[in-house]
Write a protein that binds this ligand. Structure first.
Ligand code: NAD
Length: 335
């Protein structure tokens, strides 16, 4: 019989989606953890976790030799500390995005993952959004030819989300939230070699960083891209994404039940657009956990490993630097 993974989940807010993902997979929830007693109680009752398996100190999880896998959904500033301790203790770790906020911290997680016998995955969840998975499949199959332009966005009103850790200047909106759009375009077309950006600051005066940023980027001589990040926008959360190829165009997002595909007819012009039905699942934590657990059990490589997460953060940091300095910035992928 296949081994049943014993899972612990740290951080009981967004992290509750990890509990649900692990439960859907059939894993055993060995423990949950949150330093906030009320959040811990709420999650414990919701998922029927006995009180002796609820912890306020994450080190109880680090030191429990019976736990195989740990999901981490705590403030971004703590990703390094908790992930590294878990990896050093031999636990497989699924840590929330962004991998970390500084180069020093992303490097430290890479080192810990390189030296651990356990696997590490960063939760870049857009790679499991059905519409984006379909876009990737179409691009890889050559359906739209060679991509010459891609654009994506992260538009999400943070007006009621701004707690202390999200207001930290290190947690610039491009890194904290925009990493979703940046990671998506990296996954779909590759790594940009240089970026430039403009920022504006009109909607969230309570934070010190720009609340809107528009970045343009070059992938190679014939491929360009754009990312728009707004953390104060007056609209529903969305990640509209357009991919323009030499033989067609894809228009999709994370919240619509359908996406649009243009291909070319015999005259070289776009055909009538084709509508493709897709499941709406913007935060597909079930599929994310499934991919991680299968990779652990079958000893397969992790697509969004620490280096991959670090590259996404590096592009985000380059965008922030470009918007502040007014200079073109080349991301440093030497990691
Ligand atoms: N993938 C996504 O789309 C997505 C969406 C939301 C949040 N996130 C990420 O998930 C993480 C958590 O975000 P959130 O919205 O749940 O934040 P939150 O502030 O709402 O909740 C964080 C939880 O972690 C707990 N916590 C803090 N420090 C802790 C510690 N040392 N030990 C144990 N528990 C601790 C807090 O008490 C709180 O319950 C962040 O990294 C965030 O960027 C990802």
């Amino acid at each position: 019989m296949e081994k049943k993974l014993r899972v612990a989940n740290i951080g009981m807010r967004f992290g509750m989606s990890h509990v649900e993902g692990a439960m859907a997979y059939g894993a055993e929830i060995a423990a949950i953890c949150d330093c906030n007693a009320e959040n811990l109680r709420f999650a414990g009752e919701r998922y029927g976790i006995p009180e002796d398996r609820r912890h306020t100190d994450y080190r109880d999880i680090v030191n429990d030799p019976t736990i195989d896998v740990v999901t981490v959904a705590v403030p971004d500033q703590l990703h390094r500390q908790i992930s590294c301790e878990l990896l050093n203790a031999g636990k497989h770790v699924l840590c929330e995005k962004p991998l970390a906020l500084t180069r020093e911290d992303t490097d430290a997680i890479i080192r810990a993952a390189d030296t651990s016998k356990a696997k590490f995955m960063v939760g870049q969840i857009c790679r499991f959004t059905p519409a984006f998975e379909k876009a990737k499949e179409l691009i890889d199959a050559g359906t739209i030819g060679d991509v010459y332009f891609i654009e994506s966005e992260y538009a999400h009103d943070y007006m009621y989300l701004l707690d202390t850790w999200r207001s930290d200047p290190l947690r610039h909106g491009v890194i904290g939230g925009g990493c979703h759009a940046v990671d998506l375009i990296r996954w779909l077309v590759g790594d940009p070699v240089e970026v430039f950006a403009y920022g504006t600051h009109r909607l969230l005066p309570q934070v010190s960083y720009d609340d809107a940023t528009i970045a343009i980027m070059k992938f190679d001589e014939n491929t360009a891209g754009k990312v728009f990040v707004s953390t104060g926008c007056k609209r529903d959360y969305t990640m509209r994404t357009l991919v323009y190829g030499t033989k067609g165009t894809i228009i999709c997002d994370n919240t619509s039940p359908e996406m649009t595909l243009y291909t070319v007819g015999e005259n070289g012009m776009a055909t009538t657009p084709q509508t493709i039905a897709v499941d709406v699942n913007s935060h597909n934590a079930g599929r994310e956990f499934e991919v991680f657990a299968d990779a652990i059990l079958n000893d397969e490589p992790i697509l969004t490993d620490a280096r991959e997460g670090a590259k996404t953060v590096e592009v985000c940091r380059a965008i922030v630097e470009a918007s502040v300095t007014g200079k073109i910035v080349k991301p440093n992928y030497n990691m």
